[in-house]
Ligand binder design. Sequence first.
Ligand code: FMN
Length: 357
Amino acid sequence: MSWDELYVRTLLGGYRTLVRPVLFRMDPEHIHEWMIKVLAALPAPVRATIPVFLGKPQHAVSVAGIDFPGRVGIAAGLDKDATAARVWAPLGCGFAELGTVTAQAQPGNDKPRSFRLVSSKALINRMGFNNPGAAQVAQTLASYGMFRGTNPAPIGISIGKTKIVPVAEAIPDYLTSLRTLAPYADYIAVNVSSPNTPGLRQLQEHSQLEALIAALTAEAKTLNPTHPVPIFVKLAPDLSDAEIDAAVAVCENQGAAGIIATNTTITRENIDPADELKALETGGLSGAPLTALALAVVEKVVARTNLPVMASGGIMTPSDAQAMFDAGAQLVQIFTGFIFNGPALIAGINRLTHPAG
Ligand SMILES: Cc1cc2nc3c(=O)[nH]c(=O)nc-3n(C[C@H](O)[C@H](O)[C@H](O)COP(=O)(O)O)c2cc1C
């Protein structure tokens, strides 16, 4: 066993045996909020020492004109309010996707809305874009001095539709978020794939997606003609092959910078029998049951386009990340894997994977 493997195994073992059992005794949303509060409150000298223990991002790469110091980042939904934005780079992330943020502040769906399926290594959530709104997130990032191009690890900001805005009026709503957040974002992720906002996934349909991405890329150019903020589009894992083809074609034709594959699934495959009751909860399923499905979508997207792909979905181990790199993804995002394995997964992906290029 190499030194890197031993180091990652020790970190993972420590998290799984000492930290996770305590965290997993509490309600998933409650402990998540608490974790984000603790991370957000870490003072600068503490943040500066984290890399001594966890290591730095590795395998730097330039994608869509953005310099990423490492290939693994956190996925949207982990830091919805951007309050912990300063901690992701010290934790070893090569980038962080904040949000999803909507133009108007909104509370999200009724609680409980997040469920842990421990035996399946999975989560089900129907959060519904609870967030403080684009203006507040902009203010938070401004207060941290985190502007586009100034961050040690690039910041993506995921934008979505405000729930009370009808789908037919989605475009001006997304444009408001883009205008408000573009000064802070190294890239914008367009979320049209959450299953928890009624009608949102309709926006992946060809003509609707075309109008939305055309409007966003045009506005990005208006806001910054020489250096428009790159627009990534996040797709669902539940699209048919024909729908993937159509969505990818729109991304190419309308000037999107890349694709994020995938969001959570509404399917309920690969659930451990011990979690059958929880699997009945409405919402998006993430984690280990999604691994193969997300990988298959990444493979399909890579086969259809030269646009860069960020992989998200069921990356629970460094070898899951390696499979995404082998499939052609340039970058990987983690959420459920981070909840189940802690920062050790970031260190593991940094140290134990060998991305191409
Ligand atoms: C509690 C929770 C909240 C999420 N919120 C968002 C969100 O706001 N926007 C988004 O694009 N994806 C969201 N996601 C999806 C993740 O970003 C990710 O794409 C998905 O969970 C698959 O990755 P994973 O298996 O590593 O968790 C959320 C996932 C979870 C579990």
